[in-house]
Design a protein around this ligand. Sequence first.
Ligand SMILES: NC(=O)c1ccc[n+]([C@@H]2O[C@H](COP(=O)([O-])OP(=O)(O)OC[C@H]3O[C@@H](n4cnc5c(N)ncnc54)[C@H](OP(=O)(O)O)[C@@H]3O)[C@@H](O)[C@H]2O)c1
Length: 171
Amino acid sequence: MSATLTLIAAVSADGFISTGTGVPWDLPADRAHFRAYTQNKWLLLGRRTYEEMKGWFQPGHHPLVLTRDPKFELAHGNAVSSVPEALRLARAQRELVCLGGAEVYAAAMPHAHRLVITRVHQVLGRGLAFPVISAREWEPVSRRSQGLDAEHAYEFEITTSQRIQQLDLAA
Ligand SMILES: NC(=O)c1ccc[n+]([C@@H]2O[C@H](COP(=O)([O-])OP(=O)(O)OC[C@H]3O[C@@H](n4cnc5c(N)ncnc54)[C@H](OP(=O)(O)O)[C@@H]3O)[C@@H](O)[C@H]2O)c1
């Protein structure tokens, strides 16, 4: 048995997830989607994103924190030194959800089955990039949109895509 690896990210119109520190937009409907999608799941994230998100995790979350520091410890969850190690630890789960950041998306992309991408209609011009999503490798299977309103200064679409040729994640 192996977990489906999903990458979930909010990405600017020009392909960036951050200008360096933090997430560059405040979109309540996307936050709600992110909270709902990750609820009661095992999560894979980089040590820097983990430091930013401390305090956000819920009791049903099980974080796996990617780090090169063999001494890194966390109160709840596990430190891991590679994406294959995270997949081995999570093999009894239905899904492992990768929360980023940029370094970890790059390391996880070759192993991913599913992408859940919020494409924000904002041009950042610079920052940390999400890996290129090739139309030859990824097929959109669902999409929903959020328009402008009093709470949303930018429009966005959330698109779920499946890898066209599935991978053997038992690696
Ligand atoms: N828009 C979004 O959806 C979104 C989502 C998540 C994060 N972000 C943003 O992304 C930024 C953080 O991204 P980041 O790229 O700087 O950091 P990151 O990916 O969160 O974490 C980087 C750290 O992960 C560890 N790491 C990365 N690759 C590894 C590998 N192959 N093997 C072992 N350990 C590895 C290292 O930890 P050690 O240094 O401990 O060795 C490295 O310093 C923040 O600004 C955050 O707000 C945006």
